[in-house]
Design a protein around this ligand. Structure first.
Ligand SMILES: Nc1nonc1C(=O)NCc1ccc(Cl)cc1
Length: 247
């Protein structure tokens, strides 16, 4: 999969995509991340990328043409069609379901805005969808781009090792993850570890972990439970958790 990013801070995007799982996915050529700086597509001597807002008001707005020229160069750089995404708080909330859809595309382009915004005509005519990583205001779209690159990059076939894909599965089945423990068995300040994890009874351990995921989701994110049907075994485990919890 190829991801092209339009940003005034290409180093930030490139460096964040060069580490860890995503960096390794790039080395394995499972993923290609390219960055494009709109300033390189500005045609005036001052390499202008922003303009005063019509209607007045504080701040600046990103100009259409440098962004449009960068997108044209992106389309030209490879034959596959490009799905163009603009990162902003005005976008639809990013979910794992959306990440999985993006991860199956051959190419996406991520436009990172700065200043007060981007000329709406660029969004209207060049952007396929606007996405937000959350209801808070950042200084630019780059952190949103880094989030999408990471979430999409780790889903590329061969990017994750067994442990990482197990962790991915526990989240992407729509439930919160269960608690995890490691040595010491008994911590002198914070006590012991749930007995079942020391029992070697792998069926019981699996059951306990599933019950904890269901219980935690019910306690912390009940909204996630309404979005998915539970099979009979999960329903029974959650009922057990709830009975024990309210005791
Ligand atoms: N929340 C978010 N999810 O994705 N992006 C954001 C965000 O706050 N961007 C800030 C931003 C976006 C565009 C421009 Cl022009 C300026 C600043």
């Amino acid at each position: 999969m190829r991801i092209d990013v339009v940003s005034l801070f290409p180093d930030f995007v490139r460096q964040s995509a060069a580490i860890g799982v995503v960096g390794r996915a790039q080395q394995r050529e499972l993923l290609q991340v390219e960055t494009w700086n709109p300033r390189d597509f500005a045609t005036d001597n001052y390499r202008t990328v922003d303009g005063r807002p019509f209607g007045g008001g504080p701040g600046m707005v990103m100009l259409i043409d440098p962004l449009r020229a960068a997108l044209a160069a992106i389309r030209e750089a490879a034959p596959e069609p490009v799905h163009v995404i603009y990162l902003s708080p005005q976008g639809a909330r990013l979910t794992q379901k959306k990440v999985e859809a993006l991860a199956g595309m051959p190419r996406i382009a991520l436009i990172c805005g700065r200043y007060e915004g981007v000329d709406e005509r660029l969004i209207e005519h060049e952007v396929d969808e606007e996405l937000s990583i959350g209801d808070y205001v950042l200084s630019g779209g780059e952190l949103g781009a880094a989030v999408i690159i990471d979430a999409v990059g780790r889903l590329q076939e061969g990017a994750l090792n067994d442990a990482q894909s197990a962790q991915q599965d526990s989240f992407s089945d729509g439930l919160l993850d269960c608690p995890h423990y490691t040595r010491p068995v008994h911590h002198d300040v914070w006590g012991g570890v749930p007995e079942v994890l020391l029992s070697g009874d792998h069926a019981a351990i699996r059951r306990w972990r599933r019950k904890q995921s269901l219980g935690r989701t019910w306690l912390r994110r009940p909204d996630l439970l309404t979005q998915r049907a539970l099979d009979d075994e999960s329903r029974a485990l959650l009922d057990e958790f709830r009975r024990e919890y309210t005791r």
